[in-house]
Design a protein around this ligand. Structure first.
Ligand SMILES: Nc1ncnc2c1ncn2[C@@H]1O[C@H](COP(=O)(O)OP(=O)(O)OP(=O)(O)O)[C@@H](O)[C@H]1O
Length: 368
């Protein structure tokens, strides 16, 4: 948990993030660094944002009835608020159960994370119901922090979260834009605000996922432009929170330090979800899940080799939980293909599907 005492968050003006405002640089603060005359810009990079795949396009979800008494026209009298609502029916109609089932099928383990997501779904359904009953004062704050080591499933869950928020009508588009510091912060004076705004523009109506968010803040460097990006993000997180959900992600302990140093973020992030490291058994299951979805299976000897691989890989540098297992499976498939290609005679269906121990034991992991 953060240790530093809270400071009052600074006041930010309301920003209009519509197309017109994004078209020029006006209207944004100069940033903590102060600004001199802009320097020439380097050539733009080809792509700064990773747009991840999403659900097949659907009409914008408004699964629940319009808020009662929210509209009046000259001709129609206001609709009275319902006196009771069926939360289960709201849940069924929203199709969120399908997304939760997909999440369950896709991700091994992560029980605490899945439980937190179900809690959040309940919270969102109740928020919707309160809105329909005329009880909601303002929309719930949905910005989140996903903390955990690399490869623990944060990006995968964020993608599903975007789908859930969309199906429940809390975001318009349901896409996820995944960025790191380099996508938001420029290297020269005057570059950061346009970069940050461009990313925000892409993310509007969806989820902005900022991986290793603590790199935005570099207190040791007085001239760091990260502070400028932070100020813009904080304004948008406050004032556009009905149109954008920000998920900050990174290692747990570093996120704690980041929040302690940036109370503005701490006060705007309402939901914290911790992603634990996987056990050996879970990593084993992940390997089976990943290989199985591609139509592969392990021989009994390969299973034994896989267990030994996991034990060794965890002690070696750059171990990244599920990501390391995914990479390992990719390499194992290459070795299996080479083995089959080099073997004499015909190959049958069984051989094409089977990973043998030698495909795993040829890994450098066993020689390091
Ligand atoms: N619980 C899991 N079940 C199955 N596969 C998983 C699981 N967790 C992670 N993976 C696999 O690991 C890969 C990396 O996961 P993901 O990118 O979601 O992790 P991350 O925490 O965002 O890591 P990073 O910060 O390194 O990107 C995914 O492509 C996925 O295939």
């Amino acid at each position: 948990m953060p240790t530093a005492g809270p400071k009052a968050p600074p006041e930010y003006p309301i920003l209009d993030l519509g197309e017109d405002v994004f078209a020029d640089d006006d209207g944004f603060p100069a940033g903590a660094s102060g600004r001199a005359a802009p320097e020439p810009r380097p050539a733009p990079r080809a792509a700064i944002v990773r747009d991840l795949p999403q659900d097949p396009p659907r009409p914008v979800a408004v699964p629940l009835a319009e808020p009662a008494l929210s509209r009046t026209t000259d001709t129609a009298p206001p609709v009275p608020a319902p006196t009771a609502l069926d939360l289960k029916a709201l849940y069924r109609d929203s199709d969120v159960d399908r997304i939760l089932a997909e999440l369950d099928a896709e991700l091994v383990g992560l029980e605490p994370v899945k439980r937190r997501i179900r809690e959040l779904v309940a919270f969102l359904l109740v928020a919707r119901a309160r809105e329909q009953m005329g009880l909601a004062v303002q929309p719930p704050t949905l910005h989140m922090c996903f903390s955990g080591n690399p490869g623990t499933g944060k990006t995968t869950v964020a993608l599903r979260m975007a789908g859930i928020l969309h199906r429940l009508g809390f975001i318009r588009r349901g896409h996820l834009v995944s960025v790191t510091r380099d996508d938001l912060v420029g290297q020269y004076i005057g570059h950061t605000a346009p970069k940050t705004r461009e990313v925000l523009k892409r993310a509007m109506g969806g989820v902005l996922f900022i991986d290793e968010a603590y790199y935005l803040y570099r207190p040791e460097n007085e001239k760091d432009y990260g502070q400028e990006a932070i100020e813009i993000l904080l304004q948008v997180m406050e004032n556009q929170r009905d149109d954008l959900v920000v998920i900050l992600a990174g290692y747990g302990s570093r996120m704690d330090t980041f929040f302690a140093a940036n109370p503005g973020f701490r006060s705007r992030v309402a939901h914290h979800i911790d992603f634990p490291d996987y056990s050996d058994d879970e990593l084993f299951d992940i390997a089976h899940r990943l290989a199985g979805t591609e139509g592969y299976r392990f021989s009994p000897e390969a299973d034994e080799a896989l267990r030994a691989y996991i034990v060794r890989r965890k002690t070696q540098p750059n171990f990244a939980n599920g990501r390391s297992i995914r990479n390992a499976i990719d390499r194992v498939r290459l070795r299996q293909a080479m083995r089959l290609f080099e073997s004499p005679g015909l190959v049958d269906r069984e051989q094409l599907q089977t990973i043998e121990a030698s495909d795993i034991r040829a890994s450098r992991v066993f020689t390091m």
